[in-house]
Design a protein around this ligand. Structure first.
Ligand code: 9MR
Length: 594
């Protein structure tokens, strides 16, 4: 019977080639709308069944959001599974949707589709945030189940709690194709973002800003031993190092270990990056493990020798769960707690004095504020002052997530960050830089929006740093495309001082599919984008002859250069830094030897 049904379904579906799917079994009840569970508080909007005459079904679901709740899942429809889903099974969510009304403020309509555990912690095998167009569009989202979940223990969810919007959803199916199915053979709706097209308007503006803010003029003058200009001298100008920080999170262990992977790891770090941040080694609980100090110090020495700057992450991550366990036991004793935290800031910052370029003094204060809840916000000011006393040269940063990511639409998070920065500056905390983490899922922020958010945080006149960039999506082509656009947009913004990716190798990455290099060290397309942009397109190499006045003039990316001039069989070489103000270098050829 089942085979017959899928055969008939297959025949019907094959009318449209886009529709054709291999035979699968439904994981939902026969009429999903009957088993639907809607959850929404009245103040946020309504969810109703609704009849349409041009939709995928006669009856669809209409969600009307009138006010943005705190979390997307505060407005949600769920469909419990009607059979057990086994780990490794290949599934496909298919549905159609249209936006009847878009957010008046952002002109967007979005929803997140999840396949997850039906109860806490709601672990997800699928989570996709999609932009919904004005007219009905069908979405196909194939995925593999990460775990076995008995009938009813998993659910398909549509989260709609974004800015005010009205979205209709119909034709909902969740099909299983068993474990053998090739995921890539199923239809997939790719994520898109505004500004993705090759002729999008923001590109020319970004290219112009890059030309203006990221380059400087260099005049090389070649003189003979008597001080006269030498026309026609051959001059080679080679970039050695970017002024802009291009970096990654690293682990002390792999910077010091004696394995093939560790050697490859170090080689890659030295080739790709001029700044790094320890992913975990400097966090307070890790720092307390003094038996690991030697590895950390060895890694630091290796980096110093390689000329790679180090940013410290992080002195205080103010949530009990990120602090050493016994710190929470001081929650009822503010004086002791304050002393313990202050003591730590002074101790760690002093121990690393002179070795770090930057410190994240505070990490993620929006979500993590247990310490401030007990000690007051003034405690943050104190941590900055103590860090400054302990290490007068290091640049002091604050760092948070959710500012540029997720379409740059988390207004509450952004507002809080702005308020916190303003508070610290008003209190004269020595805050010198603003970290924007930039972890992305598939809700990719349109590049023009990135620039808007960067403008907002540039108002303080402090350097902005992209501290933890990654794109955790399976679609490698899209990942590469967005890597290119993200790097271009942030490099074009004059307030941005650098970009660090949160790890680069799949063998050591918190989101392995986000890594530039696969486990076997083959490069993913996104990694190739980094190489092409940072080491080619934005890297200056010049070669040519001096003009009649003995000069060679170029415009090059800001950074350090090696310049070699050759004439009449003699060569002279020196280094120079190209700055925004423009630089000059005079090379004097030696007397010919007799
Ligand atoms: O990638 C880090 C992971 O290995 C750690 O287990 C985790 C907890 O210390 O922290 C991760 O890094 C986080 C960073 O410190 C702050 N921003 C979010 C990062 C990813 O969770």
């Amino acid at each position: 019977m089942l085979a017959f049904v899928s055969l008939v379904a297959g025949l019907l579906l094959s009318a449209d080639p886009l529709d054709s799917l291999p035979p699968g079994t439904s994981v939902l009840t026969e009429r999903p709308l009957e088993s639907m569970r809607a959850s929404v508080q009245e103040s946020f909007g309504t969810i109703e069944r609704h009849n349409v005459d041009d939709g995928p079904d006669q009856e669809v679901i209409r969600a009307d959001v009138v006010k943005r709740p705190q979390k997307p899942y505060d407005v949600q429809i769920r469909f419990p599974t009607d059979r057990t889903v086994a780990k490794g099974e290949v599934l496909l969510v298919r549905f159609s949707a249209r936006a009847v009304a878009r957010s008046p403020e952002t002109d967007e309509a979005v929803l997140t589709v999840v396949f997850e555990q039906a109860g806490p912690p709601h672990r997800k095998s699928l989570s996709r945030t999609l932009e919904i167009p004005k007219d009905w569009q069908r979405f196909d989202l194939p995925f593999r189940a990460d775990e076995t979940l008995e009938i009813g223990r998993a659910q398909l969810g549509f989260q709609l709690g974004y800015d005010p919007q009205t979205i209709e959803i119909g034709g909902i199916q969740l099909l299983s194709f068993g474990p053998e199915m090739d995921l890539a053979s199923l239809p997939t709706t790719r994520s898109t973002y505004e500004g993705q097209s090759p002729d999008a308007a923001w590109r020319a503006a970004a290219a112009q800003r890059i030309e203006e803010h990221r380059k400087g003029d260099l005049i090389v003058t070649v003189l003979d031993p008597s001080g006269s200009p030498v026309p026609g001298a051959q001059v080679e100008i080679n970039m050695l190092r970017h002024a802009f920080a291009w970096g990654s999170a690293v682990t002390a262990e792999l910077l010091t270990a004696d394995t093939d992977d560790a050697r490859k790891y170090r080689e890659t770090v030295a080739k790709l990056f001029n700044r790094v941040v320890f992913e975990n080694d400097l966090k307070w609980p890790n720092w307390e493990r003094t038996e690991q100090r030697q590895t950390l110090m060895d890694a630091t020495v290796w980096l110093e020798d390689a000329g790679i700057e180090i940013r410290g992450h992080c002195l205080v991550w103010p949530s009990w769960r990120y602090l050493p366990k016994e710190v929470a036991s001081l929650a009822d004793n503010p004086a002791a707690l304050r002393e313990r935290v202050n003591g730590h800031v002074t101790e760690e910052a002093s121990a690393l004095r002179g070795r770090l370029a930057e410190w994240d003094v505070i990490n993620e204060p929006y979500t993590n504020h247990d310490l401030m809840d007990v000690l007051g916000n003034e405690a943050m000011v104190e941590w900055f002052r103590l860090a400054r006393q302990a290490d007068p040269e290091v640049r002091l940063f604050i760092n948070d997530y959710g500012i540029l990511s997720a379409r740059g639409r988390d207004a509450a998070h952004q507002d809080h960050y702005e308020r916190t920065i303003r508070f610290l500056l008003e209190q004269q905390a020595p805050l010198e830089g603003i970290g924007l983490q930039s972890h992305f899922g598939d809700d990719l922020t349109p590049p023009p929006r990135l620039v808007q958010v960067l403008d907002r945080f540039a108002q303080f006149g402090l350097p902005l740093l992209i501290t933890e960039h990654d794109i955790n999506i399976a679609d490698e082509a899209l990942q590469a495309e967005y890597t290119r656009d993200f790097l271009t947009a942030v490099f074009s913004h004059p307030a941005v001082a650098g970009v660090l990716t949160w790890g680069f190798w799949e063998g050591r990455h918190w989101r392995p599919q986000g890594a530039y290099f696969r486990r076997d060290w083959s490069v993913r397309p996104a990694g190739q984008v980094w190489l092409d942009l940072v080491h080619d397109q934005w890297w200056t190499r010049d070669s040519g002859a001096t003009d009649a006045s003995g000069q060679r003039k170029i415009r090059g990316f800001l950074g350090r250069y090696e310049v070699t001039a050759t004439a009449e069989g003699r060569s002279v070489r020196d280094t120079v830094t190209i700055t925004r103000e423009g630089s000059r270098l005079t090379l004097t050829l030696a007397e010919p030897s007799r």
